[in-house]
Design a protein around this ligand. Structure first.
Ligand code: C2E
Ligand code: MG
Ligand code: MG
Ligand code: MG
Length: 279
């Protein structure tokens, strides 16, 4: 197509494609160098009980500050970590760090849980369950306090394999949360066969609760979860109106800038000392 339009068009496209490819290579190079070092950090964003205002958990979110690249956001770094499979090593560090953080947080609040995001690549790695089991044993945490967040995309692949992995995770005692729920294409009929503890309503529905369609979808997800014996959490809660609506439909938990942005570990500990974010 570029050829049809002549040489100039082709020359216009080629450098921009190069820029992307080069950027990707530079990120990959720096990521390999950063492995095992101190450039990666986990931030923690509170999850709040919408009835009591109490912090009930935290989600670990990856942050990467590189001397050459500055802050690289997860939307950029995670896909490259997945393609290169560096996510396996990085993911192990994330699970390990989160479990160590559970030990610290439980001294402040014995019931607090921490959620880690699992990439599909990690989820499909044959070692995932034994790896998590190993970290639980090494750190000595109560497995009930560890949550994993996975997206619906794991449910649409090979569902029998996914069900088996979820069952094995469930047998370890850890909790499973389906992240960004409502944005994927998971068949609802699969859900009833799966040991899932939480549905996390995607922030795109929460953000525009003014839109009656999103209100309807959010209500329907809460009702679906309840009828399947699962709990619900809404992500991206930014306004008091959104919180109020979620409370009226009995959504269990909320997370978002209204309550707190993701925090450095020490700040998260300080906030947990406060314990309750509204009453
Ligand atoms: P996610 O798991 O759905 O995380 C929610 C994202 O929304 C986070 O962005 C969070 O900082 C942001 N957020 C939280 N509250 C609000 C709010 O009130 N308003 C708005 N507009 N945004 C809010 P973040 O940290 O940039 O992460 C983006 C995505 O990258 C995550 O989406 C997750 O899919 C992935 N990710 C982050 N950390 C990890 C990790 O450690 N491992 C893996 N595999 N993926 C990760
Ligand atoms: Mg998440
Ligand atoms: Mg999410
Ligand atoms: Mg999301």
């Amino acid at each position: 197509r570029a050829k049809e339009r002549g040489r100039n068009t082709f020359q216009f496209f080629a450098p921009s494609m190069n820029t992307l490819a080069v950027e990707r290579m530079v990120i990959e190079k720096n990521m390999r160098k950063a492995m095992g070092g101190t450039e990666f950090q986990l931030y923690y964003q509170p999850k709040v009980c919408l009835q009591s205002g109490k912090i009930v958990g935290m989600e670990a979110l990856l942050r990467w500050e590189n001397p050459e690249l500055g802050f690289v956001n997860p939307q950029k770094s995670i896909p490259i970590a997945e393609e290169t499979r560096l996510i396996i090593q990085l993911g192990h560090w994330i699970i390990e760090s989160a479990c160590q953080q559970i030990k610290r947080l439980e001294q402040i609040n014995p019931d607090i849980s921490i959620a880690v995001n699992l990439s599909v690549v990690q989820f499909n790695s044959p070692d995932l369950v034994s790896e998590i089991k190993g970290v639980i044993e090494d750190t000595g945490i109560d497995p009930q306090k560890l949550q994993v967040e996975v997206t619906e995309s794991i449910l649409i692949q090979d569902s029998t394999l996914a069900i088996n992995i979820l069952k094995n995770l469930n047998n370890l005692g850890i909790k499973v949360c389906i992240d960004d729920f409502g944005t994927g294409y998971s068949s609802l009929s699969y859900l009833k066969n799966m040991p899932i503890d939480y549905l996390k309503i995607d922030q795109s529905f929460v953000r525009d609760l003014i839109d009656p369609t999103n209100e309807t979808i959010t209500c329907a997800v809460v009702a679906l979860a309840r009828s399947l014996g699962m709990k619900t959490i809404a992500e991206g809660v930014e306004t008091a109106e959104q919180k109020k609506f979620l409370q009226t439909i009995d959504c269990d938990e909320g997370q978002g800038y209204l309550f707190s942005k993701p925090l450095q570990a020490c700040q998260a500990e300080e906030l947990l000392l406060k314990g309750t974010l509204f009453s």
